[in-house]
Design a protein around this ligand. Structure first.
Ligand code: FAD
Length: 466
């Protein structure tokens, strides 16, 4: 496969003169790591000349921390996504909507299904996919929450379950149709389950008086003995209390062995089988790095292995960050958490180090500094711990939730999206949630019969599991 001759193709973006003189910075993945690295590169560009080529199959940047609100009609997808065309000027960044399939170190080329593209500098930020831990039934039947399309699927499944339940007279049948299980007691699972519980109750109160108010049975299943492992005891306790106040059943210490169309089969610590009814199962139980193969790989590396300056071991002029990157274990450095705030911090260092390499200067090492964590517990409630110069500040309740929203508002890359989301949030302070079922989710449903919570919810009665 010939390397595409990008260096002789005429003027490069940005009126940079003949492209032959201009180094190419290829970026694989336009999520938090990739997009923020590009923003930083552009911000620090100065008089340097380079072209940036972004390889990203999606057409839009997805602001993942808000997806649970999109899944439950708290926000529309346009508030949690920004098209790359709005984020980057085509003069500055060439977006190629293709996935990187491999990196050819010898030719210094990005490999895509359409050929090879030469790079001078490479930034790898391909993120993570859902980890089903080898559970094929979960892969086939559970919904996931990784992007706005996933959020729409969950939202449609919830709306459909409500429509189906409204047609049943028996509270038992309504309960069966409105049994929802979220698997995974990390921040994503906790935030999502809280929104789902509130969403169902809100919709029943406002739109479905024929459904008994107690019908929804929303359960959070967690394999570890407690939810939010790694958080302080106070944080975990406050989050648990918040979930219980929303009527959510929290079942910790259960490992999901099988996902069925009508429920899940788990194993507890004593290896006893526990079955739970579920008309909709959402899998938020873990992530796996979405690393692409590098020709420099020496074994079965699951992540991009980096030095302390985030340069990829064995791959010259290449850097990696985000969920798919980790330090070389031989360095004995603390693990960087798989968080947007870590990817954003890494992005600044990667941008600086790409430019330092270009200028022949010394590179900076990366150290993650936690700013703290905020976990929302539905609308108007959150729990958080913030790092301050005076120690950790614990927050709980409405103020924590307000802060949670404000922090995210300031993290948006695009000013227009910032304004749109601020307006939507302000409106939601009064209306709480959108009442409309998005038309495109209906269309999606027509074409998507495979997963849990799709057509089968209206066509089949739940098989009694427990
Ligand atoms: C529902 C949800 C909620 C979250 N909430 C929070 C939160 O509240 N706070 C927080 O700090 N973190 C949160 N996270 C974690 C956060 O989203 C990630 O840690 C962060 O996005 C990692 O950045 P990244 O650039 O590595 O990956 P991503 O942001 O996921 O970006 C990876 C990009 O690479 C693209 N890609 C994948 N493979 C290829 C390929 N082969 N070629 C080209 N492109 C490719 C993908 O399409 C994607 O756009 C959440 C995650 C999820 C899923």
């Amino acid at each position: 496969m010939a390397v595409e001759e990008r260096k002789t193709n005429g003027p490069g973006p940005g009126g940079a003169g003949p492209a032959a003189d201009v180094p190419v910075i290829a970026v694989g993945g336009g999520g938090f790591g990739g997009s923020y690295a590009i923003k930083e590169l552009l911000r620090r560009k100065g008089k340097r000349r380079f072209r940036i080529v972004l390889f990203e199959p999606r057409s839009r940047f997805v602001f993942t921390p808000l997806l649970h609100e999109v899944a439950t009609a708290g926000l529309e997808a346009e508030h949690a996504t920004v098209p790359y065309t709005a984020l980057f000027s085509p003069d500055e960044v060439e977006h190629r909507s293709e996935a990187v399939t491999a990196i050819d170190a010898a030719e210094q080329a990005v490999v895509t299904p359409n050929g090879k593209v030469h790079y001078d500098y490479l930034v790898l930020a391909t993120g993570a996919t859902t980890n089903f831990y080898g559970n094929d039934s979960a892969r086939q039947l559970a919904l996931t929450l990784k992007d706005d399309a996933d959020a729409h699927r969950i939202r449609f499944a919830l709306e459909q379950a409500l429509l189906d339940a409204a047609q049943r007279r028996s509270p038992e049948e309504q309960r069966s149709l409105l049994s929802v299980v979220v698997v995974g007691g990390g921040p994503t699972g906790v935030e999502l389950v809280a929104e789902i519980a509130q969403f169902l109750r809100y919709r029943i109160r406002k739109q479905y008086p024929m459904i008994v108010r107690e019908a929804p049975r929303v359960t959070l299943v967690q394999a570890a003995p407690e939810i939010l492992p790694g958080f302080s005891a106070r944080f975990r306790k406050a989050a648990l209390r918040g979930l219980e106040r929303l009527g959510i059943e929290v079942k910790a210490g259960l490992t999901v062995r099988n996902v069925l169309k009508s429920g899940i089969v788990c194993e507890d610590a004593q290896k006893e089988t526990v079955s739970l009814r579920s008309s909709l199962t959402v899998w938020a139980a873990g992530i796996a790095p979405a690393k692409v193969p590098l020709s420099s790989d020496t074994g079965g590396q699951r992540c991009y292995v980096t030095a302390a300056d985030l340069s990829v071991s064995g791959l010259p002029c290449a850097f990696a960050l985000g969920d798919a990157a980790m330090y070389d274990p031989a360095l004995n450095l603390p693990r960087t958490p798989a968080l947007a705030q870590a990817a954003v911090q890494q992005a600044a260092v990667v941008a600086e180090n790409v430019l330092a390499t270009m200028d022949g200067k010394k590179m900076r090492t990366f150290t993650f500094r936690s700013r703290g964590t905020l976990v929302s517990l539905g609308q108007r409630n959150a729990v958080g711990e913030l790092s301050t110069p005076f120690g950790t500040l614990f927050l709980n309740g409405f103020f924590a939730w307000w802060l949670w929203r404000t922090v995210y508002l300031f993290k948006f890359l695009d000013a227009k999206q910032q304004a749109r989301s601020a307006a939507a949030w302000t409106a939601r302070l009064f209306t709480r949630r959108s009442a409309a079922v998005p038309a495109e989710t209906m269309d999606m449903q027509e074409n998507d019969e495979g997963r849990n919570g799709t057509k089968r919810t209206s066509k089949r009665k739940g098989k009694k599991v427990s």
